[in-house]
Design a protein around this ligand. Structure first.
Ligand code: FNR
Length: 410
């Protein structure tokens, strides 16, 4: 209501409230490369579209004459009381979204998360070392997202640093052991991270430094190509060492992981482990059997497999499998959440909380800390009004009964 009242007195919002206007404004502000990387998806971007379309198919059925004068968005996740069932999704190479470099990436996001009390999931591929982000977060909750490195020492080191920096959970992203086919980036002749964006977590890591510093330049086979020379010049301009970028590309992920490997991680951290990228109910069961404490239903915002199932369509079966296997294990959801009504729908279909992705990046690009804060407040204000109008007092009451039978099949 504070947001409406401000409007009554003529105050314009910090960033556009309408999702399409927010996106359009961010697009105008960002570089072409930044926009391609942030907004883009895999292939023909059918899964990006499907993520959105899946929300369009779901319909809330409001109930009237319920006393909704007092409402609560608060929830408890992994034993921690949170103001709302919402976290900021991990976003890598964030400096691509902003002007002015890494200092304008994670630090203002962390300060916004702190103002809001909303947990930040710190990306493995952050543009700022996680210790600096943790300092900006102060006492506010943070989780750490792990890309499971090909090098055991690097993986263990990242997890140990996250623990030392107060992370309350490790989110292992399973769906990006190789990077998806991303035509927008390819058309710009651009491989994300090639200029060292998003590798600060690694270059600041002692285990990674040992690998990168030991790397001797490859013996040149004949004359270097013009393209190779240009790439080196670009990296030098951006302060990234070629050995660092090459080492990063070698170790950032592992494609030979199987469920039994989760035991290795389980032994190395006392923190809860959530696996991100689950789309099949059997994978949810196997994850829990292998030692995971929860799952994140996600298709990485449609950035990995084109024609993949919309994440929202995968949610009900995965949530049911988790409930049947371990009722208390949290089910988180992302990919396509743009509005408060979307959060309501995801909760109704079995999510305990959602991760907000691209929208907060757009807020950051437009107005830094205030932009992130505004985007999150808009989403939560709409969730609150949606609850009021649907006849729901508490986020815990939002269930499948709040939705109409699906139109057009799943
Ligand atoms: C991501 N995502 C992501 N996930 C992750 O586990 N680690 C990461 O470093 C990143 N990096 C990243 C960068 C960018 C630019 C985007 C858009 C996404 C995926 C992210 O956490 C989340 O799953 C999606 O953003 C959800 O989709 P929507 O809601 O943004 O469409």
């Amino acid at each position: 209501s504070a947001i409406y009242r401000a409007g009554v007195f003529g105050r314009r919002p910090v960033v556009p409230v309408a999702p399409a206007a927010l996106e359009a404004a961010a697009r105008r502000r960002m570089s072409a490369r930044g926009w391609a990387y942030i907004a883009g998806g895999a292939g023909a971007e059918r899964t990006v579209a499907a993520n959105a379309a899946a929300f369009v198919r779901r319909r809330i059925v409001p109930r009237q004459m319920v006393d909704v004068a007092q409402r609560s968005l608060a929830t408890t996740l992994l034993g921690r009381r949170l103001p709302a069932p919402l976290l900021l999704a991990p976003i890598g190479a964030l400096e691509l979204a902003v002007r002015g470099g890494p200092a304008h990436a994670e630090p203002p996001v962390a300060r916004a998360a702190r103002e809001l009390g909303v947990p930040l999931v710190i990306s493995s591929q952050a543009s700022t070392p996680l210790e600096a982000t943790a300092a900006a977060l102060g006492p506010s909750p943070r989780w750490f997202q792990l890309y499971w490195s090909r090098d055991d020492d690097v993986a263990a080191s990242l997890v140990a640093r996250a623990e030392a920096a107060g992370a309350e959970a490790i989110v292992v992203t399973l769906d990006t052991h190789v990077l998806g086919w991303r035509p927008r980036d390819l058309d710009l002749g651009y491989l994300p991270f090639a200029r060292g964006e998003g590798i600060a977590q690694y270059t600041s890591d002692p285990a990674f430094r040992r690998l990168a510093d030991a790397r001797t330049p490859a013996p040149s086979s004949g004359r270097p190509t013009l393209a190779a020379l240009r790439a080196v010049a670009t990296m030098c301009r951006h302060g990234a060492r070629r050995a660092d970028v090459e080492t990063f590309l070698d170790v950032f992920s592992r494609s030979n992981l199987t469920w039994s490997d989760l035991g290795w991680l389980r032994e190395r951290t006392r923190l809860p482990i959530l696996v991100k990228g689950v789309q099949h109910p059997d994978d949810a069961r196997r994850a829990l059997d292998a030692g995971a404490d929860g799952v994140v239903v996600s298709n990485h915002g449609g950035r990995q497999i084109d024609n993949a199932i919309a994440s929202l369509d995968a949610l009900p079966a995965v949530a049911a499998a988790v409930r049947a296997t371990r009722p208390e294990a949290p089910v988180l959801f992302d990919s396509g959440v743009r509005t408060g009504a979307d959060v309501f729908v995801a909760l109704a279909l079995g999510a305990d909380a959602v991760l907000l992705g691209r929208p907060w990046v757009y807020g950051l690009a437009l107005a830094g800390q205030a932009g992130v804060r505004a985007v999150v407040r808009h989403v939560l204000a709409e969730l609150d009004l949606t609850m009021a109008l649907a006849g729901v007092r508490d986020v815990a009451e939002i269930g499948p009964g709040a939705l109409a039978d699906e139109e057009g099949g799943g």
